[in-house]
Design a binder for this molecule. Structure first.
Ligand code: ZN
Length: 457
């Protein structure tokens, strides 16, 4: 199967030019200004951008949490991702206490197998670190699971103490893996949550009020300091607070390999959403929580100046009906998470590129190239170049759409951006040479996605 895309504007992290792309099988074969070779199919991309397929390195599909499971599985979640211009995800496998990492990996491989419509990799969440588990970390790295997520929050469930975190960091110094950190001070948050509930403060907004920005900043600082002492890089996931960003900026100014991602929800939503009437604030219950509106400008600055290197989604949807309602009368029982896998590219294009906060090249860097480099997928993924996987988004910069749970493809009964109009819409998506979204219609196949063996640093 060959495919020729003509007259598009090719955008990578470093280039911007008019050109044609010839795809042979799963790979990009040739790029030129007026290619004439015969192809099985030719697509005219006049007036459209060609972006490397979006890479979302933070998703939670089919994930158990608080007595329920995230609403999208690997089929609905990856189909939604494709509609939004994302062709690769890195999801999280979870080691539960008493289990081996290998068992966790196999469990998540089964969840994705036969369902994923786009390519996928896994980070491994480590919740217990015996000597044997340390050895398993090395084995996983060899199998292409080259990053591990640790938690400084959720005591009794996921949280690790500093000694354990430090041992895991040291291990990645040997095996070339990367530690991703959920940085919030879980001990402090636990005390604040118990105190709020004892005072009868049960509404969704208290989720945010018991997770102060300083708790995120403290943990971010501690995580970076532990990584510095272990002499390894660190990647902070879903950074939300300006105070936490200051810690990353300070470390990077000292030359430390500290990296961080933020998510669209922290760029476009704010604490004000928790004040919506009734139980509606539950739609935005996620950790870390949404912050003060002023934070958004600081995060955009961080993205523009490379103190933040990636925009992922932390897609972890729970329906309002029967899921979020588990926490009616007790905010601490509201499942943490919100949908976002489908809306990332349009939101960031509309709110970032069109407003002049970031350049087109920086948009591609943040949504594709830099996550690919940090997580061992570049140059197979993350760029448009001969030899790279033919993962290409044909993006219409002028087409406007209105975000709504009714028309989006995520299997969740609300959308945090309901009614928001965005200009810039994914038109056609090519994943490893196959057209999987054709002018807005899904033409791919669940199960066509492959597990990606990622490389080390
Ligand atoms: Zn997450």
């Amino acid at each position: 199967m060959t495919l020729l895309i003509k007259h598009g504007t090719i955008v990578t992290a470093s280039d911007l030019y008019r050109g044609d792309v010839f795809i042979d099988g799963e790979k990009i074969s040739t790029i030129g200004t007026s290619l004439t070779m015969a192809a099985d199919r030719t697509i005219d991309a006049t007036g459209k951008y060609l972006f490397p397929g979006g890479i979302d390195v933070h998703t939670h599909l089919d994930m158990p949490f608080g007595g329920t499971t995230s609403a999208d599985d690997f089929e609905s979640g990856t189909v939604a991702a494709a509609h939004g211009g994302t062709t690769t995800i890195v999801d999280f496998a979870i080691q539960y206490k008493g289990q081996t990492l290998h068992h966790a990996w196999e469990t998540w491989m089964k969840k994705a197998d036969g369902k994923a419509a786009i390519d996928y990799g896994f980070h491994m969440i480590v919740t217990e670190l015996s000597d044997q588990v340390e050895q398993e970390m090395d084995a996983l790295v060899r199998q292409g699971v080259t990053s591990f997520k640790l938690f400084m929050a959720y005591p009794g469930v996921f949280m690790l103490d500093d000694a354990t975190i430090f041992r895991a960091l040291l291990r990645t110094g040997k095996n070339g893996g990367t530690i991703c950190m959920h940085a919030e001070n879980g001990g402090v948050i636990d005390v604040l949550v118990k105190r709020a509930l004892a005072d009868g403060k049960t509404a969704p907004k208290y989720h945010a009020l018991t997770r102060p920005a300083r708790a995120e900043a403290e943990a971010t600082h501690r995580a970076i300091a532990l990584a510095e002492m272990a002499d390894v890089p660190i990647y902070i996931v879903h950074l939300s607070a300006a105070e936490a960003l200051e810690m990353v900026t300070e470390a990077r100014n000292r030359g430390l390999p500290a990296y961080a991602e933020t998510c669209p929800q922290y760029l476009f939503l704010s604490y004000d959403n928790y004040e919506e009437p009734g139980f509606d604030g539950a739609k935005y219950v996620m950790s870390p929580p949404l912050r003060a509106r002023e934070t958004q400008d600081q995060l955009w600055r961080g993205l523009a100046f490379n103190d933040l290197q990636a925009i992922s989604t932390d897609h972890c949807p729970f329906c309002m009906k029967e899921q979020k309602t588990l926490g009616e009368g007790d905010f601490s029982k509201i499942p943490n998470g919100a949908p976002g896998i489908e809306t990332r590219m349009s939101l960031v294009y509309d709110g970032g590129v069109r407003t002049g906060r970031i350049s087109l090249n920086r948009f591609v860097e943040l949504t594709s190239t830099s996550p690919a480099k940090i997580f061992g997928l570049f140059p197979r993924k993350g760029t448009i170049a001969p030899g790279s996987d033919a993962d290409i988004v044909i993006f219409d910069p002028e087409k406007t759409s209105r975000l709504s749970a009714r028309t989006l493809h995520m299997k969740v009964d609300y959308n945090p951006y309901e009614g928001r109009e965005v200009t810039g819409t994914t038109d056609t998506v090519i994943a490893r040479g196959r057209v999987i979204v054709d002018q807005g219609t899904f033409t791919g196949r669940p199960g066509a996605g492959s597990f990606l063996k990622r490389s080390t640093r």
